[in-house]
Design a protein around this ligand. Structure first.
Ligand SMILES: Cc1ncc(COP(=O)(O)O)c(C=O)c1O
Length: 421
């Protein structure tokens, strides 16, 4: 897991902490560029497009970089689409796949933003708003892949997409409103297993057969980045080859040479981010108890651990000393909340499992690796009134750029008011 810290040497970590203070997210441009290059080499039979699932990290710098390298965008709300447009992304490069029918769909659709209906009701709403238009439809192909019901985005326990058995209803709604369904979308978060991708591609192609106007199949994201020693990063080339085979064989039988879209979030940004924090206290509960390191960050900045029990690689940067002695520690955040723990028992977010680290002292820096995806963007803004934290970018030329400022108390409370309604 050391590789996730390669772009942040001890001296650079010290420099960032002294210039901007901790906690701070640190991103590495070079690592971002390498991830994009790998995604753009995804094997495919005919046309190919990669959309970045911007919910993973929506900082403007990242959106602009990805745009400049040829990616399009997946937005998960009308607000997210607006945010991408504000960053300079052309509306026709944005497709919305959202749980909530966007409040601003009229303005967005008019400007060129694409829409992917994720329920029959959404399809109906879109049909009433834009009869005769082109649309994409998200299908739940019947299988899932997440490790529990909360991370499952396909199969019986998922509300995402239209259940594959309701295709007749989809056709009926489309007919009523003269909608042209030209794209099918599935996203079950297929992970790194080639077999799962093959099955999902097969089931999705089955769905395509019911829609003669479809020219594009979007297989979503879900490519894995190993964040713990037991996990494996997806082999993009192997997955791509199996999907390519499925598209070739579909074309032979059906005659349609389908375009492929994929929609990675995690794979593009996870490795390029680090959450850099400081150890601000160290306490113990005596014999039979634990040693706790208390940080100046917490579940408000990095929520995935509390929410899903997701673990991140951790590195201690001992200040001005060499240390060979290790100790077992429980790492906790600064929120007054018992769930604010970064070292839960795997599979039991409420349990505690100490980890081994070099002996820590108050004032040391401590970093969470592979924290570029669903960390800053998924933060619980302002819990305990902690401000949202800054983001620093290490440019390809080694220079440091601040790409988000630390929130101030004034901006935190600026929307509070006392107005008659
Ligand atoms: C519709 C859609 N596409 C793509 C993604 C990206 O998934 P991942 O970050 O696992 O690649 C998500 C994530 O939730 C999603 O909901």
């Amino acid at each position: 897991m050391e590789k996730y810290f390669e772009f942040l040497s001890a001296s650079l970590a010290e420099e960032i902490a002294s210039k901007i203070e901790t906690p701070v997210y640190v991103y590495d441009e070079q690592t971002l560029r390498h991830s994009i290059e790998r995604i753009l080499s995804f094997p495919h039979a005919y046309g190919f497009l990669a959309r970045y699932a911007m919910k993973a990290n929506s900082n403007q710098f990242i959106l602009k970089l990805f745009d400049s390298m040829g990616l399009h965008f997946d937005a998960s709300s009308g607000y997210e689409a607006q945010r991408a447009i504000s960053a300079g992304i052309s509306p026709d490069k944005i497709q919305i796949t959202a749980q909530e029918y966007p409040h601003n769909i009229k303005e967005l659709f008019k400007s060129g933003v694409l829409f992917n209906a994720t329920s029959c009701h959404q399809l109906e709403q879109f049909g009433r708003d834009f009869p005769g238009s082109e649309i994409s439809v998200r299908i739940n192909p019947g299988i899932g892949s997440g490790h529990n019901n909360r991370t499952n985005v396909g199969g019986l326990s998922s509300s995402f997409g239209i259940w594959y058995e309701w295709i007749k209803d989809v056709q009926k709604i489309a007919e009523t409103h003269k909608l042209r369904i030209t794209k099918i979308h599935t996203h079950i978060g297929s992970g790194g297993d080639v077999g799962v991708w093959e099955r999902v591609a097969g089931l999705s192609l089955e769905a395509v057969k019911h829609f003669p106007l479809v020219h594009t199949l979007n297989l979503g994201g879900g490519f894995k980045v190993a964040r713990t020693p037991g996990e494996q990063t997806t082999d993009i080339q192997r997955v791509g080859e199996s999907v390519k085979k499925a598209f070739l064989s579909f074309a032979e039988k059906d005659g349609r040479k389908l375009n492929l879209e994929i929609e990675p979030g995690t794979y593009l940004v996870a490795e390029s981010g680090i959450l850099l924090a400081s150890v601000m206290d160290k306490v113990s509960t005596g014999k039979g108890g634990y040693t706790f390191l208390k940080l100046d960050t917490g579940m408000n900045d990095l929520t995935r651990t509390t929410l899903y029990g997701s673990l991140h690689p951790i590195k201690l940067y001992p200040k001005n000393r060499k240390t060979s002695h290790e100790e077992s520690v429980v790492i906790v955040g600064h929120c007054c909340e018992s769930g604010d723990i970064f070292t839960p028992l795997p599979g039991d977010p409420e349990g505690i499992e100490p980890i081994k680290l070099p002996e820590a002292q108050i004032g040391d820096l401590l970093a969470f690796g592979a924290a570029g995806a669903y960390c800053s963007s998924m933060s619980l803004a302002n819990y305990n009134s902690f401000p949202r934290i800054p983001e620093v970018l290490i440019r390809s030329n080694g220079k440091l750029t601040l790409v988000r400022k630390r929130e101030t108390i004034d901006s935190m409370i600026s929307l509070e008011c006392d107005e008659n309604l």
